[in-house]
Design a protein around this ligand. Structure first.
Ligand SMILES: O=C(CO)COP(=O)(O)O
Length: 172
């Protein structure tokens, strides 16, 4: 349907679908592979719950979510990862720049070790979860944050500031 409507991008694996519709890591990975095969570009969401973060299993959780996808795709050109801590989505609780950077860096290292250096370097890893006009610049300045997946703030005038923050790294 998206292809027929000439919609180029699809978001898969959002935490709400994982939680409410019980979409497993394998099921999300199958959808990612299918969408890519249909010529769609894919934003695949991964992220830990508050309980998982507090239990110290964040990297384990996001690595397993990424691994399931890596096992099913070979061409990473039209694929990007969105790290969305579940506890930060729509809650007003944003991950600190250091927390976000730590996970993005871990994901890039995981890609480097398990897929290869070229994919690790070229795959964009974006952050989502309570991004707003006030916190976007500090987040965007983190070396391994390559953009944002914005929910609530995309409906507000401050969205302009979030878009502008894309230039933070290149202008520093
Ligand atoms: O994933 C998101 C929306 O689905 C992020 O939403 P918020 O930016 O409102 O937290």
């Amino acid at each position: 349907m998206l292809v027929n409507l000439q919609v180029p991008w699809v978001i898969l694996g959002h935490s709400e679908r994982r939680a409410l519709l019980n979409e497993s890591n394998d099921f999300v990975a199958d959808k990612v592979a299918y969408a890519l095969a249909q010529g769609l570009k894919v934003i695949a969401c991964i992220g830990e719950t508050l309980e998982q973060r507090e239990a110290g299993t964040t990297m384990e959780v996001v690595s397993a979510q990424t691994k399931a996808i890596a096992e099913k795709i070979s061409d990473w050109t039209n694929f990007l990862l969105a790290y969305e801590p579940v506890w930060a989505i729509g809650t007003g609780k944003v991950a600190s720049p250091a927390q976000a950077q730590e996970v993005h860096d871990g994901l890039r290292k995981w890609l480097h070790a398990n897929v290869g250096p070229a994919v690790a370097e070229s795959t964009r890893i974006i952050y989502g979860g309570s991004v707003n006009g006030a916190n976007c610049k500090q987040l965007a300045a983190q070396p391994d944050l390559d953009g944002f997946l914005v929910g609530g703030a995309s409906l507000k005038p401050e969205f302009v500031d979030i878009i502008k923050s894309a230039t933070v790294k290149s202008s520093s």
